[in-house]
Write a protein that binds this ligand. Structure first.
Ligand code: NZQ
Ligand code: ZN
Length: 393
């Protein structure tokens, strides 16, 4: 139900092939020293680095670089960025990359001036930020997480086998984001489909909760249909601008709190997926696709009317005479499974490198939430992990 709520999103978006031309003006609002952070080098091969540097030079900035932000950024990398940001007293952090780099920039933003261990304070204990925050901006190069327009920051601690996502407030969200769909043309197929499934699952996590006549659900259905159509087009032709631009826009709106309005939200697939990620370091979206089908089949009986609606509205299932709600819901999940196979996402844990001895630890690392249709027990998580383990093999 759309009860009382406040909706604010402070991130300014520049969209389209010429969006980068706004970067120097935006940087003009901040001080001289910019920490430029990026991943393992894709931006140097595809020309995005040069375009960004040209804008930084135009704005007359002093640039300090932190390259090498890995997928699923680690706590050790966070500490390194904090040390560099603090010792150079940077005025701004510019993240150029996908969710990992942008999440990382937010982590450094709140942690650089933190006097305690930021991992413990901000990710484990989830305390409010009470120290100086360095403003962040983003140039997005890979689509999926929505990090460009939200407060999310996910950091992995391999020693502790924990991958924790924290949602920071408006003051940590990117001040602006540059969204050029052409920048995503060079994303490898495995990463592209990982991002596509991540978008789809963000929508599911919000859609499969609460059961009233909520506008958020109608918006969610539209976004899901756009993702399904555009994903097929992008897989057929990675340089299809229309498909890539739709996916970029879908991803941003899938996780910038718009479709969460009036919803309790589930997020259990993400909790299991993050625990899988802490053990396997697999691409985030694939950790979700690997556990989704057993999870949704497990909870469908507890939210049956919504799964029937999902089948009809999103997958176009037309029930035949006498078909039960359970059968209609299953037909929807089968259509989803066919689409997942068609675009080529991973459907089991084994292909992500998980081994049977990890399953107990993954269950221990899974936070159990009670905002979806069914609060899982640890035993149910293990059951889902076992079903996911060799699914489809
Ligand atoms: O590191 P480089 O060389 O740049 O290569 C990257 C990386 O290997 C490559 N890539 C990115 N743009 C490219 C490109 N390759 C060629 N051309 C380009 N234009 O893609 C690989 C994956 O990038 P990454 O940033 O790791 O992927 P993604 O955007 O999926 O981010 C994943 C991280 O975001 C977190 C995940 O848990 C994970 O840690 N999430 C963040 C969320 C948020 N902020 O709200 C929510 C999500 O649910 C998610 O948990
Ligand atoms: Zn996600």
């Amino acid at each position: 139900m759309l009860g009382n709520f406040t909706y604010v999103n402070p991130t300014k978006l520049y969209f389209g092939p010429e969006a980068i031309e706004n970067l120097s003006d935006e940087l003009g609002h901040y001080g001289d020293k910019v920490l430029l952070t990026y991943g393992g080098g894709s931006i140097k091969k595809n020309g995005i680095y040069d375009a960004v540097i040209a804008e930084l030079e135009k704005a007359g900035k002093t640039v300090i670089e932190v390259p090498g932000v890995m997928s699923n950024p680690t706590v050790e990398k966070l500490y390194e960025g904090c040390q560099i940001a603090k010792s150079n007293d940077v005025d701004f952090i510019l993240a150029v990359g996908g969710g990992s780099t942008i999440d990382y920039a937010k982590g450094v933003s709140v942690s650089a001036w933190c006097e305690e261990d930021p991992w413990e304070k901000y990710y484990v204990r989830m305390e409010e930020v009470d120290n100086r925050i360095i403003p962040v901006g983003a140039v997005l190069t890979m689509v999926g997480t929505g990090s460009e327009m939200n407060g999310g920051s996910v950091i992995t601690n391999h020693t502790q086998h924990l991958k924790i996502g924290r949602v920071f407030g408006d003051n940590v969200m990117p001040k602006f984001a540059i969204l050029n769909p052409e920048y995503t043309f060079t994303v490898p197929k495995r990463q592209m489909v990982s991002g596509i499934y991540d978008i789809f699952n963000h929508i599911c996590e919000q859609y499969f909760s609460g059961d009233d006549d909520n506008s958020s659900d109608y918006i969610a259905e539209g976004l899901m249909k756009s993702v399904i159509k555009s994903s097929r087009d992008a897989v057929a032709d990675p340089r299809n601008y229309e498909a890539r631009s739709n996916l970029m826009w879908d991803a941003t709106w899938a996780l910038n709190t718009l479709i969460a309005m009036g919803k309790s939200e589930d997020w259990e697939v993400h909790m299991i997926g993050q625990a899988v990620g802490a053990f396997t370091d697999a691409p985030h979206g694939l950790t979700l696709s690997a556990v989704s089908l057993p999870y949704y089949r497990h909870i469908a009986p507890y939210g049956l009317p919504k799964f029937v609606r999902f089948a009809k509205e999103v997958w176009g299932i037309v029930p035949s005479d006498g078909e039960s709600d359970e059968e209609i819901a299953e037909a929807g999940l089968q259509a989803m499974e066919s689409w997942m196979k068609e675009i080529g996402v991973t459907l089991n844990l084994k292909e992500l490198g998980a081994t049977p001895d990890m399953l107990e630890g993954i269950a221990d690392g899974t936070f159990l939430l009670d905002s979806g249709y069914k609060k899982l027990t640890r035993e149910e998580v293990i059951e889902i992990l076992k079903e996911s383990y060799e699914y489809g093999l």
